[in-house]
Design a protein around this ligand. Sequence first.
Ligand code: TRP
Ligand code: SF4
Length: 406
Amino acid sequence: MTTPSALVPKRVLSGMRPTGQLHLGHYHGVVKNWVKLQHEYDCYFFVADWHALTTDYESPHRLSEYSWEMVIDWLAAGVNPGSAKVFIQSRVPEHAELHLLLSMMTPLGWLERVPTYKDQQEKLREKDLATYGFLGYPLLQSADILIYKSTMVPVGEDQVSHIELTREVARRFNYLYGREPNFEDNALAAVKKMGKKNSKLYQELRKKFQEQGDQEALATARELVKSQQNLTLGDRERLFGYLDGTGKVILPEPQALLTVASKMPGLDGQKMSKSYGNTITLREDRASIEQKVRTMPTDPARVRRTDPGDPDKCPVWQLHQVYSNPETKQWVQKGCREAGIGCLDCKQPVIDAIDAELAPMRERALEYQQNPTLVRKILTEGCEQARTVAKETLDEVRQAMGLNYR
Ligand code: TRP
Ligand code: SF4
């Protein structure tokens, strides 16, 4: 009962736990990709503050500050609230209701088998994560995804198992409740909404397909449905399902859009991460970038300026691979191996490139910092837009589960 992916509008959703100010690792690993996607698809980006609570329930007090700073950095990095919906999970309580309803039909074993469950418990030993909320973490994520009928979810490798779970949950839901009780009536009502001329055309094409197996008629009818601007997502799906006789898929299965692991190295050559203390934040000023890069360790064999070095043993070289053009890279390779350049010379183009990348972000971040009213307004609007869609899905879910009685 999967919806052919070409039939549903491509909707992208991704969430990030509130971590406070972002660093270059977040930018190159995640946000830069969001900024690109927002021009191509209908995008939803949100602060997963409830997800943060599953591990930080003992000290939630800084969450609001972390959310705030993170949203400022998203905006500064180019996430555009004019094209993407930017919102906060806890302000769209529909996620919680869907999570609850999905929990009714999700076998415990599915959650216990998600690899991150045991991994994270091991890794965060100092926290007691033998909780109901933590076990449900990936199911809450499923609700986040399914409530917008998202078709694409940009995530890193570590999250793929959560998307897999989401697909299984959607499949199970559709299997249990997919036969909308009044499907025929609802489909006919949707047909009417296309207007007289189009309704008639739709019905003729449907007949051609269903009675004569005319594939071309099916394709034409699908195009017709796709071209209708004023239909809700639910009605659109009904019209597709009525055409080919599959009924209606209430919760479409999403795909993981794997973001290639960020190559962004930290100042010490390890992956850039707040917990390693090796980061450059997006709001770092030039003096601080200079200071951090200048004190970076280099190939330990280059003790003196006259000692030749090996870029492969140097974290600065990894930064050149992110930031430098072929000529500069060649200059580094030659200069390092022949001791023709000093390490400070070598670091200068990296400093300049990072500063050039961050300068416009710093400026925008400052503007948002000085205008909290604007940030609040962006979030309020984003939350409202998200809620409109979330409510629509939840209505269908309630109806499918027989919870629409009054
Ligand atoms: N679990 C994700 C992470 O840790 C964050 C997240 C929550 C998310 N809900 C989501 C990501 C929905 C994608 C889609 O990174
Ligand atoms: Fe590293 Fe550049 Fe110094 Fe070579 S010259 S050790 S690549 S900083």
